[in-house]
Ligand binder design. Structure first.
Ligand SMILES: C[S@@+](CC[C@H](N)C(=O)[O-])C[C@H]1O[C@@H](n2cnc3c(N)ncnc32)[C@H](O)[C@@H]1O
Length: 337
């Protein structure tokens, strides 16, 4: 059963079964030396959580490390962990927590999320570039066994206009690519329709394959008769998503729950889609305003959300109940304080 649990995540994690969870996303306090409050514009300020560490970075890292150790234990061998942080402690977290617990060989990406636009602080005298990015470390429990679904996004209108600028007789849009190659691959110096490969180059495909392309109508001839391969837009998946994420923003004002440091659902959608399947177990031990649970629920994953703040659990519960009737399985609320 999906679960919202109120309490310190260390104690709760210790009671979860080993090798049982497919995906963990954690967005812990960032070592920012701040207190976070103010839920709702006109609400009296309620402190939701404090990110102050009298023992400095050593205390913070020790606190995080004992929790990540438990997370590592409960992850399946095929599972993955995404740890969200920012410049305050990113380097310490990678070296002293993640590399130590997961091993360098299981590091996959340092995702850079551009969370805000530039403020032009340098114009006001700041002697540095604006800090506009957070970092999300992506580790597998066992790189060799891990599962990963590549993600794609739509081409931009300007790219489409510039590249997919041709149409065939059926109205299918395509772009063309070179049919020659710098190195020979077998007998690839043949004449194709009386044309030799360009000087110093070879055909990129065998004669048999070229004949197949021709039968399938996949060869485009320029005015001079030079052959090119047609790449149809409707055969393409889109642009492969890389590790720089600049367009994961709140889609509507309604999505904003007013929880301080709340992350956009678009960010969690990518994480959950690339590293889990329907029916898998997703855990967020620092749930905050419930973003991970709401997205996991919508994407038909099973989930556990933990937070030590009553405000966080209350907001998450309201958020989930709103979408409950449409999407989710039943939900259990546990108070472990
Ligand atoms: C940065 S916020 C998470 C925001 C969340 N990702 C969202 O989209 O709303 C961090 C959360 O961790 C919680 N937290 C801090 N220490 C905790 C602990 N030891 N156990 C459980 N929750 C904790 C805080 O109450 C806070 O809600």
């Amino acid at each position: 059963m999906n679960q919202l649990i109120l309490g310190d995540n260390l104690e709760i994690l210790k009671h979860l079964k080993s090798e049982d969870i497919d995906l963990i996303y954690l967005d812990p306090p960032f070592f920012s030396n701040r207190d976070y409050g103010a839920i709702g514009k006109n609400a009296n300020e309620i402190q939701t959580f404090s990110d102050r560490w009298s023992g400095g970075i050593e205390q913070y890292i020790a606190w995080l490390k004992e929790r990540v150790l438990e997370m590592h234990r409960i992850l399946k061998l095929t599972g993955s962990l995404f740890l969200h942080c920012d410049w305050h402690a990113a380097a310490y977290i990678q070296v002293f927590v993640l590399d130590k617990i997961f091993g360098r060989a299981n590091f996959r990406n340092q995702i850079v999320w551009k969370r805000t636009t530039t403020h032009n602080n340098a114009k006001q005298g700041a002697k540095q570039f604006d800090r506009v990015c957070d970092f999300i470390f992506f580790y597998n429990k066992e790189a060799k066994l891990a599962k990963f679904n590549p993600l794609y996004e739509n081409y931009t209108a300007s790219y489409l206009a510039a590249s997919y600028n041709k149409q065939d007789e059926y109205g299918r849009r395509f772009k063309v690519s070179d049919l020659s190659a710098p190195k020979p691959g077998g007998n690839t110096s043949y004449l194709w329709k009386g044309i030799k490969p360009p000087p110093g180059r070879f055909w990129a495909f065998s004669l048999k394959k070229m004949e197949q392309f021709e039968r399938e109508g996949k060869i485009y001839y320029s005015k001079t008769g030079k052959p090119y391969l047609k790449n149809y837009l409707d055969d393409m998946s889109g642009v492969g998503i890389d590790e720089f994420w600049s367009n994961c923003r709140f889609k509507t004002q309604e999505e904003r729950m007013g929880y301080p440091t709340q992350k956009p659902e678009a960010l969690l959608e990518r994480i959950i889609q690339c590293a889990s399947e329907e029916g898998n177990w997703v855990l967020d031990p620092f749930l905050g305003g419930g973003t991970t649970a709401a997205v996991a629920d919508r994407l038909k994953r099973q989930w556990i959300g933990i937070d030590q703040s009553l405000q966080a659990i209350t907001i998450s519960k309201q958020r989930l109940q709103k979408q409950h009737s449409i999407f989710s399985m039943s939900l259990e609320l546990n108070n472990k304080t």
